[in-house]
Design a protein around this ligand. Structure first.
Ligand code: URA
Length: 275
């Protein structure tokens, strides 16, 4: 869907594509385009998932943690360890070809924004459409809400913001464990370089991936956990909280997220440090 329209393209087709794009349908789930103008599409016929969706679900299931590409993981560890600054790490992420999301339609790598010596490192789920266009995390509607909340909590300028994966998953689906695992060396290196006092894990996909737990975010949020690096030589207090995209859908949950931010600032500003 990202291809530029041909000069001789049917204007009706162009306007249909524009309508779909505005409605958020901006990702293809099939390997090859399907010309649906060539055959009538039966309406309300299929009771099972269409073959293309079933195939993409099967592909996601096939990419479980057991299937993480060991070579790609090794390469990610090597590149991440060699980066001595956040800028070098951002360049290493952009050059890395081992995450399947990079070839799944993402426009560019989305690494991080914020102060590289921040006391709080915030980890979201994955870039969305706006982030994919701008190349920065949390810049869409959810990001604007997040910024307002961080500002109200006195955290502006004190947070380094990144995600569990650095390329937009097609159709904004949740990143798979394998995709998160192959990006993890870069995330761990970011934690080492920024050296924050606290981690804020935004949303269930972030909390589950960083803490290796299966519980839902509503039971994890607001409680402190120990995050451990893969070799356990780095341990940090980590606080799961609700994702701002969830808060946009469920404004009644904002109080819980606000309580979590107060829990975070209370520990951050506690005399004697965060530990
Ligand atoms: N949601 C996320 O989890 N991360 C982003 O960068 C944007 C939206």
């Amino acid at each position: 869907m990202n291809a530029a329209p041909r000069a001789d393209a049917d204007p009706g087709l162009e306007s249909l594509l524009a309508f779909w794009a505005m409605a958020g349908v901006d990702a293809c789930y099939d390997d090859a385009p399907v010309d649906r103008t060539l055959r009538p599409t039966p309406i309300l016929r299929a009771r099972t998932a269409p073959a293309s969706i079933a195939r993409s679900q099967a592909a996601v299931q096939a990419t479980s943690s057991a299937d993480v590409d060991r070579d790609a993981l090794g390469k990610a560890r090597e590149l991440a360890a060699a980066a001595e600054t956040i800028e070098a790490l951002a360049a290493a992420v952009a050059a890395f070809d081992g995450c399947p999301l990079k070839a799944a339609g993402a426009r560019q790598a989305v690494f991080a924004r914020g102060a590289s010596d921040a006391p709080v490192l915030l980890i979201g789920e994955a870039p969305g459409a706006d982030e994919d266009i701008q190349g920065l995390p949390f810049v869409g509607r959810a990001g604007k809400l997040l910024d307002r909340m961080l500002d109200a909590a006195g955290l502006t300028g004190r947070v380094f913001i990144t995600n569990t994966v650095f390329w937009r998953p097609p159709g904004n689906r949740t990143p798979t464990t394998a995709e998160q695992q192959v990006c993890a060396p870069f995330l761990e290196r970011a934690i080492e370089l920024v050296n924050p006092r606290l981690l804020l894990l935004v949303g269930g996909a972030s909390a589950k991936s960083m803490l290796g737990v299966g519980d839902g975010i509503l039971s994890l949020r607001g409680r402190w956990f120990d995050w451990r690096s893969h070799n356990s030589d780095h341990v940090l207090p980590a606080l799961p909280t609700l994702h701002p995209a969830f808060l946009l859908r469920q404004p009644g949950a904002k109080k819980k997220a606000w309580d979590d931010l107060l829990t975070l600032t209370e520990r951050l500003d506690r005399p004697g440090g965060a530990t």
